[in-house]
Design a protein around this ligand. Sequence first.
Ligand code: HEC
Ligand code: HEC
Length: 346
Amino acid sequence: MYKKVLSLAIALSFSAGFASASDDPLRAQAKAVGLAPLPQTVEIPDNAITPEKVALGQMLFFEPRLSASQLISCNTCHNLGTGGDDNLPTSVGHGWQKGPRNAPTVLNAVFNKAQFWDGRAEDLKAQAKGPVQASVEMANKPEKVVATLKSMPEYVARFEAAFPGEEDPVTFDNMARAIEAFEATLLTPDAPFDRWLAGEDEALTADQKAGLKLFIQKGCTACHSGVNVGGQSYFPFGLVQKPDAKILPPEDKGRFKVTQSPADTYVFRAAPLRNVALTAPYFHSGQVWDLKEAVSIMGKAQLGMDLSEEEAGLIAQFLESLTGEQPQIRYPILPVETANTPRPAL
Ligand code: HEC
Ligand code: HEC
């Protein structure tokens, strides 16, 4: 029986050609450890994604008047032209203040189990209310945001279209819902790795395949797996060996601040690695600019391994294959202010 199956498999692999058959075992292994293709679209259970809501959410994402200064929009720190982040070590917000953490990308964020490095927001709509109010980010007040939006008739009409049947649709909550719907469209499918997973052997270079093998064999996939190659669970940063204080600043205790549990000291969400080649600098502290160096640090900190230069380089090349098709966004034209629009407060 076994012999028959084997000879059938060999016959099949001959007919499919050597090259394509040779990647199947690695592909099966990648799938077995939970690596998965990024879907083209996604649904949000409690927030229907309609064209009206997405269009409104896109305007709000680019709307600097959501901030007190009327100068800072979501796109300031999550620039959709540069991989959905700001390419700074830590973000700069209201009054040129430096925040404590690196901005993660908004691309594919919908697939993360929870939002922020410490997972303190359960989903994108809970998340979106944070930066608008955070004093080091947009420093605004919900009432002022609503007054600003209501002062411009085009926004009122667009909220009515996006939230049909609601008596008073221009609310802070609905702002967050519209932004969430837009963010759910910020997906980057068809990365070389996705095409390879789908059976296209030539989508990865030989070095990238070697890097993928190492990524699995060394144990990176224990924490970085699933559709987003991370973003699903929490681990101590420095599980085996603490990285130095520049990379893991002692004052940021990670999830401890969320749960108050001592076991969560220096625990962070395993970073999602989709598009990671576009989002340097790395780690919540944003102190490492080179992807290969970030890989070496992970080897030591999380696995207690000294990866060779060559191994770290191959893994970094594999990570580059996670860069997908970037969403093509048309910069929205925003409504002009009226006499009732609150004025900027710098
Ligand atoms: C001043 C810069 C700044 C602005 C403005 C800003 N963000 Fe962020 N954003 C950050 C930083 C920094 C973090 C990480 C903070 C943390 O983990 O504690 C973050 C985290 C996020 C995340 C979580 C991603 C993940 O993988 O966990 C999302 C989503 C997000 N922001 C969306 C938005 C939206 C929507 C807006 C506009 C309403 C916005 N941001 C405005 C800097 C900014
Ligand atoms: C025990 C779990 C664990 C293992 C194993 C692990 N990581 Fe991580 N990884 C994390 C966590 C947690 C973070 C977030 C660290 C922080 O707070 O900055 C992270 C962050 C990263 C980052 C930075 C991403 C960014 O956007 O800043 C890279 C790159 C990375 N890991 C690659 C790897 C590679 C490659 C391996 C295998 C050699 C690996 N990781 C093994 C948990 C793990």
